[in-house]
Structures are given as structure tokens and as C-alpha cells.
Write a protein that binds this ligand. Sequence first.
Ligand code: GLC
Length: 488
Amino acid sequence: MHVLFVSPEVWPLARVGGLAEVSHDLPLALAKRGHRISVVTPHCRLAADVAARLERMDLTLEVPVSWRRHRAEVHRLPAGPGVDIYLIGHEHLFDREGLYGNAYGDYEDNAERFIFFSRAAMELALALGQPVDLIHCHDWTTGLIPLYLRAIYGQEPLLKQAGTVMTVHNLGTQGIFWHYDMPLTGLGWEYFTPEAIEFYGKINFLKAGLVFADMITTVSPTYAKEILTPEMGFGLEGVLQARRDRLVAVTNGIDHQAWDPSRDPYLAATYGPDNLAPKLRCGEQARQLMGLAPSNGRPLACFIGRLVDRRGMDLLVSSLETILEMGLDLAVMGYGEDRYHVLLQDLRRRNPERLGVYVGYEMEMAHQLVAGSDMLLMPSRYEPCGLHQLHAMRYGTVPVVRATGGLEDTVVDQRPDQPGHGFKFVAYDQPSFLEALHRALEVYRQPELWRAMMLRGMAQDHSWDKATPAYDEIYQRARAISQAQTDA
Ligand code: GLC
């Protein structure tokens, strides 16, 4: 199939969260199964080395937004066999410091920016001149696309066969804008209804995707159940329930080549299940990197991810001094809410040898921290899938996680009567979190048991090759549904 894979974040062009890695790795894995993937993404402000690899295409798109036409430049980045990344450029809309916003919050013109992007993806498909079999959309920024296909582009010979798949990586952000933005969408007011994209008097981009896509997917089986409940459905549970026959879960994978402790170029020493000792060297490297004192028998735990409540930052920060008292050292890497930057830096000043903080995200450092830590903490409030715990297990780093979404599905709790490869807690509160950490420390003090846990984690297979057959089936199903509609 020729798949138009539309995503706002694609590694190494832009990364806010795990979506970026998925949008890079999944197309490559799908291409191995014979699909041809055209990835479409905004041309954000790029690092110079990445920008230098782009090819400028001899193509200018005219993208209708309201009564105007925005011109979009297109660049191409060949990503691997069968995969091309197309970057949609618009200086005024995308050449900015951040992708969704800056330190002051979300950009106020996000409706216009992502309406433009979604329509540009459709216009690009027409300009490329090759029939599209399937359009795979990711999260709210691309939610309007399945509706555009129906309302505006459905008669285009290159697009009319296309099935659509909407993947939810995070239901918590939906792209909700006031109804005055309706004319910007280019859609008639007949779509501003509860059955379509109206949502409590406003426009909801993600809802458009959930209502109009042929198939809906999300990134773990537990999350697929959670989003049907009022607690985790963020107001869209009813919409999802109505379409639950079209909702399928596929757990994310990770790139087993890029994340392999036995040949990871970023590590001070490489190691594997048969040779764990060099991991200690990685521990020293991680401690140095974070400015921490040598271990002295204390294990190192790390947290990698956005510093926001939904990742459990409030729980982590309020438990932090107790965690240090328990004898764990801690390294935190991530970027997020300003108050957490301030709080963490303050805690670091008070515990300079035991707490390391890096505000930002560096891929290289993520590898070094995962390899050098004994445990990885993910106390998320909710977690659609989570990738760091998968990296951690592959590196013999034991995850301590809240039992939610993909964390529930991918981590098996270690109990006296049940050999696991991680520690889980259920209630989102400090006693439960600390109880899991106590259990982890107890096992850590029994080296043989701990080693066995590390090895069980390392033996897990979460490579993309395991997930792609499921996407294959979903693509076929979406296309069959759309064809049946076209024929009818
Ligand atoms: C989002 C989710 C995360 C998931 C990732 C990729 O960042 O929060 O849980 O792993 O998307 O699907």
C-alpha cells in the first residue's frame, strides 16, 4: 500500500514526546513489509545538521485556509528504504522556537497552524501524483484529515480509495478551539454538530478524527479500555464507545537496533545478558554526567520524560526527599512546566551529590541514563503506552511504574510468588509509590534475585516487528471499509 503517514512530530526533525520516535520507527518497520510510506510533517525550526540533509523539492503547494491561500514549500528527507519524509514549510506558521507552544503556553494560532498542516498534507498527496491507499493520522493535530477526505477531497481520483486510521497517542490533548475558527477549517457549518466536530460549543479536532476515521487505534490494550471510561475519556468516552467496534489496540515497539546495550555507541561500555559487569561503568558515566557522587552501594534511579503532572511529576517531586532518605540516588531529565524546573533545581541545590537534574531532552543522554541506572521511575497518572520502560528493560534497568495504560501491559510486577521484571503500584498516591520503591530496594539488596529480574527484562521482545502485522491488518480493514463506502 501507499500510505500517507501524517504526524506533527518525527524524530530527528522534532520531538516533544514518544510520538516522534513512533513516527520514525513505525514507517520503517512497515516499509519492511512492503508498504511505501510518505511521512508528512511540519517543517519546524531544525538543528543545522538535520537541515543540511534536506532536499528542496520543486514544488509549491497552494493551501486553502479560510478565504486565503497559503503557499507551502516542500522539502524531502529520504529516511530509509520505502520511506520518504515530506516537510511542509511555512515560515510564519512553523519556523518557531517550539512545535505546539513556548514558555508562555500553546501558540494562540494553533487552530490555523494545524488546519493549514492538515490541508497541506492532502494537497501534497495530490501534488505527488500517486494514488494513496491509506492515510494514517496521529493525535489531534491531524484529526481533521479524515473529515477533509470525506467533505472536500473524497472525489479526487488519487484519494478517493484511501482508508483512514486515526491513532490516539494521548487523549488528554484534543485541539479544542472556539467556534469562530469554523470558517478557517473550510468546512461548512453543517459539520458543527454533536454528531460531527462540535464539542460543548467548541470545535474539537481529535473528535473529527474519532468520528470520521475508518479505524481508530491506540497504543496499548489497557489504554484502549481506559479511554472508554469517564475518568480517562476526557469527555470523548461516549464518542469512542459508539465506535468501539472500530477501536483496536497495538502496543508500541522500540527500535531494537538503536536501543541495544551490546552495541550502543553512546555508552562508556557495552554489555549484554551474558556480560552484565560493564553496566557498572555506564553507572559511573551517568553519575558523572549528572554531577552525582560515586555510588557507594547506593542504586541510581532515573526519570526521563516531560516534567508535567500527567507523568507523575507532582508525585515524584513531593516524594523526592523520602526517596533520597531511602538510599536511592536520582537523575531527572526532561522539560516541562516551569514550576517543576524551579522546584527541581532547588531540590538539587539542597542535595547536590544525590540528585541530578537536566532540563531538556537529549537522545544521547537518554541512552546513557537508561544504561547507567538501576531503576527507571514512571509514576504516570496515565500512560497511553510509554517507551522509556521498554528501553529500560532492554538495558537491564528495572522499571518502577504505576499500573496504568501501557505500563500495566508491558511490566510484570515482581512478587515473592511471581517472578516479574519490574515493580508496579496502583493507587496514585505517595504511600503506594513508596511501597513499590521499598519492594524494589529490598530485591536490589539481594543481588542474585535482582540479576534474575534484570535478565527477565532483557529477554522481553518489544521490537516493532512484533507490532507491524497488527497494523497491516488494520490498514487492510480500513481500506476495505472505505472501498465498501465508495462502491455503495
Ligand atoms: C505519547 C504517550 C506515550 C506514548 C507515545 C507514543 O507520548 O503519552 O505514552 O508512548 O505517545 O505512542
